[in-house]
Design a protein. Structure first.
Lengths: 354, 280, 290
């Protein structure tokens, strides 16, 4: 885990990340406006940005707070389906306003879900905590699979596990249809909107980490007993990180949902949670720059290398295992360090010969 | 289990042994009939102690006597099976380590527990945490209170580190410090929480004689400057006899003697149970 | 109702066999082997291929699956987990998740995404009538296999030298090493037994629910872990009780509440158990040393 050395390098790192986001936006916006981008990649721009948000927000829990959460996609889906309802209700308002309100309400709903789930989850440790977050992620998916929502003149109708219980006007519109998911979503998400959200979330995370609150979260991660003896309540700060992270996943889910016309709950299953975890691990646990780059590259790369898309997950799995082995085994770490040293020496020797 | 039930004790149980200068002040900590069992095994029993407001008190005893267990009881890492702990006149029954820290008790650990990956300064700032007055949201939005309080805590952290001459190490990560410096940093960090009572668990472990000498001076300096009480566990008898105003000797989880350093040194039971093994 | 109960016990027996693998590995290597569920899937495919492509008889196909999975278990442990004995539980768990993904995606490349219709393994066994309810051949085999495995494992860990070594390693790795126990061998053996059992569970599971896909093992795997936690991690009888109770809960939830929510209810059980009795029904308490 890489840690911030001091305030000045911390803010330097923060600005590097803002720079990355701005470059990312400028490059792709230029490609889009000059028409130098495949339509497949263009369609991926908003999802990529959402996955970047997912990765940095999960990194807040995994890297900064030190808890392995395997249900991050669950919070994303809470935000997504909330946004679908909110944006449908705001039919007629301007698109940016609908998007903004949907994001905010989605984030708040996901934060509430995160808080409620955090109460039992954060009392656990290690493997148990991980498996319970996974369980909650699946529970959220199952519940959404049973959720039916419709809108008619009288307002919003909810039904659980029984579409006939909606009690709608014949003219009403079903917007969330159980396992079939959300249908007829207005695609109001924009790339620039998604990037602004990413930037805001990045600022929040980095400022949070470099404040007394962030220090408290990291102290509890590094040594819970010592942190308690310093008067820091582990539950309070773990909960803060978990809830903030959930709300950010909810915001990302909102944008993600409003980029598609239909969306099924199954999209946000355990595999999506793992995919985001892969971004976090490969980018370096606790390293926000790494999360951004890993999310970006790993979503774009398979698009560029269509031929290899079959092997994508297999390669991710292998790389994931190798990264863990190399970074966590002292012997291997040592061997690689000496290899790199030799490699560098050879390069510098080669340079001198020229 | 205890082989010395009929030993005559010096000043046990309370009235407490309190140095003259603290007699008129309220006790900072008072424990009575304290005890804890682990799975039916009595680890500590009938522990009575009163610590004066600016007293330096030593807690000694052979390995496994239950010294660290007492620290864990006083800081509420363990909830006692029996007895009461009064901190500044308040009963700490059912309180958490977090609560008793906020009431003025801070500690170091026998097996060092620093926040390894954070810098020395950040470690101290975590100690200062509850004295840094800005809200999480002020931190997120970088409001003026964030900048003001961060600056203040930065200065305060350096000031505290300076007690041990460690201010120039502020930006080094804690795990890269040498062993002795890590022990000193733990003391600074505990001090930063603003305690009325400082518990030091083997502060001189692994230090050479000159480092120990310096540590003794610094413990005295801290006591005088901050006007706090210190309870310390230590095996280095020169340190214990050199700075402690009173000493409590523990064996098999029970107090076998209490008194001034000279009283303890002359106590035959103590010599037999503890000092004898050290002084041959 | 009785029919549901029998189905529940049958499914629960399969969970119990899988849970044994989790509970033994967790007890001894102190890690959550996330890839355990995927070993079930490999066992399913190996027996499927042995029967359908090689035309082997069912018992031989089962043995082949057990053999392949046992070797797989040992190899996975040696390559991925052994180098991480000293690492944090976070690192080990992520590696195990990586291994799970590796197995699933390797299976996807080898056997494709289309579900395979699993053949009936137990054609020669007659279904029996029990108090008016039909007990299917696979249910009979599952329940009987579960009982045999349970008794055999209990005898193995209490009566044999190797089994005792296993328990010693689970109590204290360092002390076991000092006593001359080969810890690496013991851990490998645990993975071997767990994976072999997973292969048997795979065959039973695929016979009971005859669609075989690369993701077949992941859900039953997680549920079996739930069963292991429910019964008390590290406890062999705990795995059996936890497995059977969980199987009954799942089948009843599916029948009387909602098939959509059955999984949610099973996971709800996990959460409730972990919060109110984290050591499970038959588990032991452990203290953190300060």
């Amino acid at each position: 885990m890489k840690m911030i050395k001091n305030a000045s390098t911390a803010s330097k790192k923060a600005f590097i990340n803002y720079g990355i986001v701005i470059v990312f936006f400028v490059v792709f916006q230029t490609l889009v406006s000059t028409g130098n981008i495949t339509s497949a990649l263009k369609g991926q721009l908003i999802p990529i940005t959402c996955y970047m948000i997912m990765a940095i927000s999960l990194n807040l829990v995994v890297g900064i707070s030190g808890e392995l959460s395997l249900g991050h996609a669950g919070f994303m889906s809470v935000g997504a389906f909330t946004a679908v309802i909110v944006s449908s209700l705001m039919d007629g308002a301007s698109n940016p306003a609908r998007l903004l309100v949907s994001i905010i309400v989605g984030a708040i709903t996901a934060a509430i879900a995160g808080f409620l789930i955090g109460i039992p989850v954060l009392r656990l440790n290690g493997d148990y905590l991980a498996i319970v977050t996974l369980a909650f992620g699946e529970i959220i998916k199952n519940i959404l699979n049973c959720l039916y929502v419709g809108i008619d003149d009288k307002g919003v109708h909810f039904a659980f596990n029984n579409p006939n219980a909606l009690g709608m006007d014949p003219l009403g519109k079903v917007i969330i249809n159980g396992p079939m998911g959300a249908v007829g979503i207005s695609k109001i998400a924009t790339f620039s909107g998604a990037v602004i959200l990413l930037m805001v979330i990045l600022i929040i995370i980095q400022n949070l980490v470099n404040s007394r609150t962030g220090r408290a979260i990291m102290a509890i991660r590094d040594n819970r007993i010592a942190a308690e003896s310093m008067g820091l309540s582990p539950m309070k700060y773990k909960m803060l990180a978990f809830t903030v992270s959930a709300s950010m996943a909810g915001a990302a889910g909102a944008v993600y949902a409003l980029n598609y016309s239909t969306l099924v709950p199954k999209k946000f299953d355990f595999n999506t949670s793992i995919l985001v975890l892969v971004f976090v691990v490969l980018g370096g646990i606790g390293n926000m720059t790494g999360s951004l780059i890993a999310a970006g590259v790993l979503v774009v790369l398979p698009e560029l290398l269509r031929k290899f898309s079959d092997y994508r997950m297999l390669v991710y799995a292998i790389v994931l295992i190798l990264v863990m082995l190399v970074t966590n085994n002292e012997k291997l770490k040592g061997k690689i360090d000496t290899f790199l040293k030799k490699f560098r020496m050879n390069i510098s020797k080669g340079g001198r010969k020229k | 289990m205890s082989k010395s039930p009929e030993v005559k004790l010096v000043n046990v149980p309370s009235p407490n042994f309190v140095p003259e200068k603290d007699i008129d002040k309220p006790l900072v900590l008072e424990a009575a009939h304290l005890g804890i069992d682990f799975g039916g095994l009595v680890a500590v029993d009938e522990f009575n102690i009163g610590i004066g407001a600016t007293e330096i008190c030593g807690l000694i005893g052979p390995n496994g006597a239950g010294k660290t267990t007492i620290f864990n009881l006083l800081t509420k890492v363990y909830e006692p099976t029996r007895g009461t702990i009064m901190l500044g006149g308040k009963d700490t029954h059912n309180m958490t380590p977090v609560q008793v820290n906020q009431m003025g008790i801070a500690r170091t650990f026998q097996n060092i527990r620093l926040f390894d990956k954070l810098t020395v300064e950040e470690n101290v700032k975590i100690g200062l945490h509850n004295h840094i007055g800005y809200h999480t949201l002020s931190g997120v939005f970088r409001l003026p209170s964030y900048w003001r309080e961060e600056k203040k805590s930065h200065e305060k952290a350096l000031e505290l580190l300076d007690i041990f001459g460690m201010a120039d190490l502020a930006n080094v990560t804690a795990d890269s410090l040498p062993y002795g410096a890590q022990r000193r940093l733990e003391i600074v960090r505990a001090l930063a929480t603003g305690p009325k009572l400082l518990l030091l668990d083997e502060p001189a472990a692994g230090m050479n004689p000159s480092e120990t000498e310096e540590l003794m001076n610094n413990i005295r300096k801290i006591r005088d400057e901050f006007q706090i009480a210190v309870l310390l566990i230590e095996h280095d008898m020169n340190l214990v006899m050199g700075i402690c105003e009173s000493i409590v000797v523990l064996n098999f989880g029970r107090i076998i003697a209490k008194g001034t350093p000279s009283q303890i040194q002359e106590n035959p039971q103590v010599i037999e149970a503890y000092l004898g093994t050290h002084r041959g | 109702m009785l029919a549901h109960l029998i189905n529940g016990i049958s499914l629960g027996s399969i969970y119990a066999i899988i849970a044994l693998g989790y509970t033994m590995v967790y007890g001894i290597a102190k890690m959550l082997n996330f890839a355990h569920g995927d070993v079930i899937m490999v066992g399913g495919y190996v027996s499927f291929c042995s029967m359908m492509y090689l035309g082997l008889p069912a018992p031989v196909a089962i043995l082949a699956a057990v053999f392949v999975c046992t070797v797989l278990g040992i190899v996975v442990e040696r390559l991925a987990y052994k180098p991480l004995r000293a690492a944090t539980s976070l690192a080990v768990l992520i590696t195990a998740i990586g291994m799970s993904y590796f197995l699933q995606n390797a299976a996807l490349l080898i056997w494709g995404a289309n579900p395979k219709a699993f053949p009936n393994m137990f054609k020669n066994i007659e279904a029996i009538e029990f108090a008016g309810a039909r007990v299917s051949p696979v249910a009979i085999v599952s329940i009987v296999a579960n009982l045999i495995i349970m008794i055999a494992l209990t005898l193995f860990t209490t009566r044999t030298k190797v089994g005792k070594a296993m328990r010693a390693v689970s109590e204290d790795k360092g002390a076991a090493t000092l006593m001359g126990i080969n810890v690496n061998f013991t851990i490998s053996l645990t993975f071997a037994i767990g994976s072999g059992l997973a292969a048997i569970a795979g065959v039973l599971l695929c016979t009971a629910y005859p669609t075989l896909m690369p993701t077949t093992g992941s859900m039953p795997g997680i549920k079996a872990f739930t069963a292991a936690v429910f019964g008390g991690i590290g406890s062999i009888p705990g795995a059996m009780i936890g497995g059977i109770l969980l199987g009954i809960i799942e089948i009843l939830a599916r029948a009387y509440i909602s098939s959509e929510l059955a999984d949610a209810i099973v996971f709800g059980v996990l959460i409730v158990v972990l919060i109110f009795r984290p050591t499970g029904l038959l588990g032991k308490q452990v203290h953190e040393k300060v």
